[in-house]
Design a protein around this ligand. Structure first.
Ligand SMILES: [Zn+2]
Length: 117
């Protein structure tokens, strides 16, 4: 299951950072994810909660922020933004080209900030 693997890698990053700072418990993890990352915030949240149940992080939560995507036009090189999967096939505002846009931003998953103690 995709979300479970993502939650696990998030937790790995969190624990690494907590250990590095000499803390013990996570309160909030701020996560930014690209619109094309395939992440469903509710289900990631759920997986994360299941994973930390019974650990010192029990009750911690994720704050999820969706990053808008950026596309580069295959024809004129114009970079433009969009919301949602459909934006991949929108016409370029510069030249009208509709296909082959490259994804500049949109597939990332970033652990941006931690609230730990
Ligand atoms: Zn264009």
């Amino acid at each position: 299951m995709h979300e479970m693997a993502v939650a696990q890698s998030l937790l790995d990053m969190v624990e690494e950072e907590i250990a590095r700072q000499g803390c013990r418990r996570l309160d909030v993890a701020y996560v930014e994810y690209g619109a094309l990352s395939g992440i469903v915030p509710e289900s990631l949240q759920f997986c994360f909660e299941v994973m930390i149940r019974g650990t010192s992080h029990e009750g911690a939560r994720l704050e999820m922020l969706c990053l808008p995507m950026r596309l580069r036009c295959s024809s004129c090189g114009n970079v433009f933004g969009g919301e949602g999967q459909e934006a991949l096939w929108q016409a370029c505002p510069g030249c009208g080209e509709q296909f082959g846009h490259a994804v500049v931003l949109g597939k990332e998953l970033i652990l941006s900030r931690l609230q730990i103690r």
